[in-house]
Structures are given as C-alpha cells and as structure tokens.
Ligand binder design. Structure first.
Ligand code: NAP
Length: 467
C-alpha cells in the first residue's frame, strides 16, 4: 500500500457506517476516523428504529464488523460544531464526510402548533428510544384522544407504540421510563390523519399489516375514504402502485372491524384532512382540519381545500410530517431543503463550486427518505467521490498526514473531551445487554451521557486511541 489517506466520517448511523465500509474496502489505503457526538454509535438504528422492530436493528452486527477493521477508529462524544469546528477537521484530514442525518423535524406551519401537548413525532421516538437529549421529556398521555398528523412510517411507529399493551412492549428494548409512562396512558382513541388519500400514504405494507395483530387496539377506516378517484385508480395500475394497492387491501380488511372486537383502544385512520390550526388555551384541546379533495394527474395529485372543517378533540398532537437536517457552522447548507448543499455527495459553496475535501452522505445529503438499506448505495456513492478525488486533492507526506491527525487528537485532549473509542462502546453495550437480560429484554439502554461515559470507563488515555 503506497499511501495512507485519513478520512473523517462524521456521524455513526447507517450512512456513516456504509460510507466507512466502502472507503475501507477500496484499493487506496484509507484510514477512517468516525466522529460521533454521543458516546454510543448507530444513530437512528439505536434512537430511531422502533423498539418492537428488533430485526431491523440486526444491521448493527455488520456495523460492528466494519468497526473491527484495523484502519477504523471511533471517536465518540465529540460534537462537530460545538466541541470542534469543521475547520479543525478539514485541517486534520484529507477528506471529511458529513453523515449527521436529519435530526430536526419539519413543521406544519399552522396556528397553535407550539401549544403545550403539540410535539414532533421525532421527539416522541427519541424519548421512548432513550436518546439523552429527550430522556426527560414529558408527553401528555392523560387525555383519551391523541392525534398523529402524517402518513409515513414514523407515524405508524408512534401510533403502534401508543397502541400496544405493556405486555406487547416489555420484551422490546423500549426504555423503562417510557414503558412506565405508557403503562399509565389514558389514550384510547388515536387518530392517524393523512392530508391525501389511503393510496398516497407512504406507509410500507409490512408496517401497516402489523396493525391487524395488535392485542388490544382495533384499526378502523371509514369505507368512504377507500373510494378512489380515477387518477388514484390509475396510480394503482402502474408498477409503483403495487405497494399502495396492497395497503388498500389491508385498509379494506380494517374497515369492517369498526367497533366490533371490543378492544380498549381504537386507531382511526383518517384521510383527506389537511391541518388547519391547533386550538387550546395553553394546551392542545382540538386539532382542526380542512377536508380536501385530490386534484391533478396520477402521482401528482395535490390536496385542494373544500372549505369544510373537521375538529378532533385531543390532548396530544404528534406531528409526523418528516425529519429535517440542521446546519453545521461553516458547512454550506440549503435551508429550503434542510440538507447540506452538495452535488452527488461533493459539498458545494453558494456559487456551486465544490469545496475540496468536503462530502456529505445519507439524509443530510439527500433528505430524509428511504429505509436503512437505502443509505448503503448513498454512502457508497459518496465514498466513490472521495476515492476519486483523494489522489488529486491531497499531497502531504505520510508523516505530515499522521502529524495532522495527531494534532486533532491533541486538540480534543486540550478541550478536555472524554473520548469514547469502540472498546468503550463495547463496555457500554455489555452493561446494557446485562441490564436488559435481567428484565427479559435485548438491552436496557443508558439514557444519560454521564452514565455512558462512566460505563465506558471514562478517562480513556487519549493518546492510546489508535493512531
Ligand atoms: P415520510 O415518509 O416522508 O412521510 C411524511 C408524511 O407527512 C407524508 O404522509 C406527507 O404527506 C405528510 N406531510 C408532510 N407535510 C405535511 C403537512 N404540512 N400536513 C400534513 N401532512 C404532511 O416521513 P417519515 O414518516 O418521517 O419517514 C422518514 C423516512 O424514514 C421514510 O423514508 C420512512 O419510510 C423511513 N422509515 C422507515 C421505517 C421502517 O422501515 N420501518 C420506520 C420509520 C421510518 P404528503 O405525501 O401529502 O406530502
């Protein structure tokens, strides 16, 4: 191997790991340092994937294998933009790939959205999954009605978690604080509301099908909502219509169930309702919608207001209308799209010029769409851009490269950051698994940064981090 290029990948979710994998598998001799703001890796696989979907988390076994590569190091507990600036990374590495995901959320843009009790679904997800930033959040589960706005898989996730019994959840890796709160939940009616029709919903069929098997919650649909207009029928005839057609079959099976099974919770799938305003004194009391009709050609159907209003009384509104990336100081950002300004992964300045050595991968590159595996192709593409550019954008000697990287590690040391390397994560992991085993769960997550750092046996001798 002639050269050792040093590449920093920021973010340890699927996009970060898939990018790292492609870089490490290349013919160029590349060292990858993964920078992660939390002491623990795996991003949305840990803090986003629903706790009752353990199979989806099996992908971490692959990420562990990638982390075992001799040219891979994990720098946990280093927050880009807060602890270190992008310029420090650019000075230390031949290339920097930002894979920080989309950690904020889109807003509805309606009056009353900020009332107490109106929260983003992403915050609710992060809370039950034990993200340290959300562990102390409180969600009002005291009212019999909850409304979820949005028709994507996140809406299904939060709806399912609100609907399941403690028995259905207790063997998952849901955090104890959330399980306790859900055990006391008074929510009985969950309204899952889409602004377009059942065949425009972005639900995947596998996820929707699960609603038929809930122990004590009954999914219902108004059969009138399942009557399709001509463009929707045309959508179902096309190859892209296969998933929506299967969803429609499932909805048709839900419909006759209405009120018939005597279950204590009801899930009301409602369609063609666009959020208008949220009403309440200081707290959510009603969510008001305007009935819409679909207009336009197949696959381009928009929601046109009809003037008719519908009001749903509720104490909790979960807004599930998509994630959004947030800007990192010093990195060109497209505010409209909520992504880093880039072309095929190469970061671009406001004039469209490539910023040498700076790349993006995953949701912060292309927006919050697709499933975990979608990030593999995305990460590979970004890695290929890095690999194509490395020989031309970088020419320091191997010794100089090592010195630059050492300076970065010293910088972290000077700032008194407590680094967690991958063996530190393994200690956290082992303790979490042991805590879970005692409760019949896959793991009991640590939810505070402090407990994670302590478990990683903090004060890791910084200079012993593989260099
Ligand atoms: P999403 O799939 O993009 O769905 C967003 C939903 O919000 C759409 O139904 C959209 O309706 C609606 N919406 C947007 N703006 C709205 C507004 N102003 N008023 C009312 N509704 C509005 O987003 P997501 O559910 O957050 O999921 C993000 C990604 O993660 C997706 O790719 C999803 O498949 C993936 N994910 C996968 C899983 C899994 O595989 N199990 C689990 C969770 C998430 P329109 O269509 O009308 O715009």
């Amino acid at each position: 191997m002639s050269e050792t290029y040093n590449v920093a990948v920021v973010g340890s979710g699927p996009a970060g790991f898939y990018t790292a994998e492609a870089l490490l598998q290349s013919d160029l001799n590349v060292r990858v340092d993964m920078i992660e703001r939390l002491p623990v890796p795996f991003g949305l696989v840990r803090h986003g994937v629903a706790p009752d979907h353990q199979k989806l988390k099996a992908v971490t076994a692959l990420f562990e294998t990638i982390a075992n590569h001799e040219n891979f190091s994990f720098f946990g507990n280093v927050h880009l933009g807060r602890d270190v600036e992008i310029s420090a990374l650019q000075a230390a590495y031949d290339a920097v790939v930002i894979a920080t995901g989309a950690i904020s959320d889109r807003t509805l843009g309606v009056e009353g959205e900020k009332l107490e009790g109106s929260v983003s679904a992403s915050a609710f997800v992060a809370w039950y999954n034990g993200h340290p930033d959300f562990r102390d959040s409180v969600f009002d589960l005291s009212h019999p009605n909850a409304v979820i706005v949005g028709n994507g898989n996140v809406a299904l996730d939060v709806c399912r978690i609100l609907s399941k019994t403690v028995d259905e959840l207790k063997r998952s890796d849901i955090c104890e604080h959330a399980l306790d709160a859900l055990a006391d939940s008074k929510v009985r009616n969950i309204y899952l509301v889409g602004r377009r029709g059942p065949t425009q919903a972005k639900f995947t069929t596998k996820e929707l099908r699960e609603f038929a098997d809930l122990a004590d919650a009954e999914p219902t649909v108004d059969p009138n909502d399942l009557e399709l207009n001509e463009p929707s029928k045309a959508e179902l005839e096309s190859p892209e219509g296969a998933g929506p057609a299967k969803n429609l079959e499932i909805f048709r099976k839900f419909a006759p169930l209405r009120g018939g099974l005597g279950k204590s919770k009801q899930i009301h799938f409602r369609f063609l309702l666009s959020p208008l305003r949220v009403l309440g004194h200081s707290h959510v009391e009603h969510v008001q919608f305007e009935k819409v009709r679909l207009t336009g050609a197949a696959f381009k159907q928009a929601a046109e207001p009809t003037g008719e209003e519908v009001s749903i009384p509720a104490g909790l509104l979960l807004r599930s209308v998509g994630y959004r990336g947030i800007a990192i100081p010093g990195v060109p950002f497209d505010e409209r799209l909520g992504t880093i300004r880039n072309r095929d992964g190469r970061v671009q300045d406001a004039d469209g010029r490539a910023v040498p050595g700076l790349y993006a991968a995953g949701w912060i590159k292309r927006g919050p769409s697709g499933v975990i595996g979608t990030n593999r192709a995305c990460g590979v593409d970004s890695a290929l851009a890095v690999l194509a550019d490395l020989p031309s954008i970088s020419n320091p000697s191997v010794a100089e490269r090592k010195a630059r990287r050492d300076r970065f590690v010293h910088l972290i040391q000077k700032r008194r950051l407590r680094l967690v390397d991958f063996s530190g994560w393994r200690r956290i992991d082992a303790l979490e698994r042991a805590g879970g085993a005692a409760r019949g769960k896959p793991r009991e997550k640590m939810t505070s940064v402090q407990s994670m750092l302590d478990a990683a046996e903090q004060e890791i001798p910084l200079l012993s981090v593989a260099i």
